[in-house]
Ligand binder design. Structure first.
Ligand code: KG4
Ligand code: ZN
Length: 337
């Protein structure tokens, strides 16, 4: 089966063709990130306008690069939630039009489920496994027991890991997205230079809280400015990154041990982080757990992961129709097949 995937949940307009959920035949991305950089974050109005301009060309190119026409496509999968509503609506409405005009089934795909599927196009991993999903908007520890059956074990109570990295990066004066800048600059920094709190939530051992950590970084910078003491940004970035990674992995380790998972999967934009990848590999090595990481090119938003998850949703009977809407928020486990 060839699935055409369409993604427009944030600032990437993407389309891809994937065969049987695993073989990527094309993967095309147009990003408006450069335009958002001067504002220090994604401007939703700009993002949706750029999606509207780019989407038909991106889809056409994805079909061409896969050596396909619409006749070779068996279903159209589209990200319908969660994300920026104006952005999502562009992809959803384009996919609906394509589905009706070409008489192909429409498959709505949850954005975080598609991030998990970035591993299906990077390796031969199959559920069941425990997945740490870390993106700009979400930080979840999720049991993936079947391709379309998810159980959230822990999640953030406030900021997502990527959001905390982006906000901290902005206060450090680094380019947006802060997560990428912090990863880069940390390579020249001492991760032991500063210590930050590791927030724990009573009665919720698998949940995260990153807003206190972010505030601690902001306070460190403000205090240094007030006292006119020097701050080494690479040291601060490396120390903050270490704290975020330590928090993520402490809860992941506890969840895997408590629930008996020996297969660990990372997903989401922050899974590109070099420290998270190496520390998680070290943890899994110590524990003798098998670790799967998405290829770096599939960590951020793309449509190959949407087409991959769309294949498995299609097999379990998920279909969208003319009434399909987009949703800014939607739990990953709301519908389990
Ligand atoms: O999954 P994603 O592309 O979009 C959302 O669904 O949110 O994730 C974007 C997030 C941003 O916060 C960005 O700073 C972060 O992923 N990110 C990274 C790295 N690459 C992207 N964070 C840390 N290290 C990286 N190498
Ligand atoms: Zn994403």
């Amino acid at each position: 089966m060839n699935i055409l995937g369409i993604e427009s949940s944030c600032d990437e307009t993407a389309a891809a063709v994937v065969e049987n959920g695993r073989l990527v035949k094309s993967n095309v991305i147009a990003s408006s990130v450069e335009e958002h950089k001067i504002y220090g974050g994604v401007v939703p109005e700009i993002a949706s306008r750029r999606h509207a301009e780019a989407i038909s060309g991106v889809v056409r190119t994805a079909l061409e690069q896969a050596n396909c026409t619409l006749d070779d496509i068996d279903a159209v999968a589209v990200t319908f939630a969660p994300g920026l509503i104006g952005s999502l609506l562009v992809g959803v409405n384009f996919a609906k039009g394509l589905s009706v005009s070409s008489n192909k089934p429409l498959v709505p795909v949850h954005h975080l489920r598609s991030h998990v599927a970035s591993n299906y196009i990077s390796s031969d991993v199959e559920p069941p496994f425990l997945c740490l999903i870390v993106s700009g908007g979400h930080s979840h520890i999720t049991a993936v027991n079947r391709y379309t059956h998810y159980k959230v074990i822990g999640k953030t109570r406030d900021d997502a890991a990527g959001e905390a990295l982006d906000k901290a990066g902005r206060v450090m004066g680094l380019a947006y997205p802060g997560g990428i800048s912090i990863d880069r600059i940390s390579k020249n920094g001492d991760a032991g230079a500063y210590t930050f709190p590791h927030p724990k939530i009573d009665g919720a051992p698998y949940d995260f809280s990153f807003s206190g950590l972010k505030t601690a970084v902001i306070n460190t910078i403000h205090n240094a400015r007030q006292k006119s003491t020097e701050i080494k940004i690479p040291d601060l970035a490396a120390s903050f990154q270490k704290s975020v990674v330590d928090c993520l992995l402490a809860n992941l380790e506890k969840a895997a041990a408590d629930f008996g998972y020996d297969k660990i999967v990372l997903a989401g934009g922050v899974s590109a982080n070099s420290r998270l990848r190496s520390e998680c590999a070290a943890l899994c090595g110590r524990r003798k757990w098998k670790l799967y990481l998405p290829e770096p090119k599939y960590c951020g938003d793309n449509a190959a992961m949407v087409a991959s998850q769309g294949y498995y949703e299609f097999l379990s009977g998920v279909r969208g129709g003319a009434e399909l809407n987009a949703y800014a928020t939607m739990p990953i486990d709301i519908v389990n097949f």
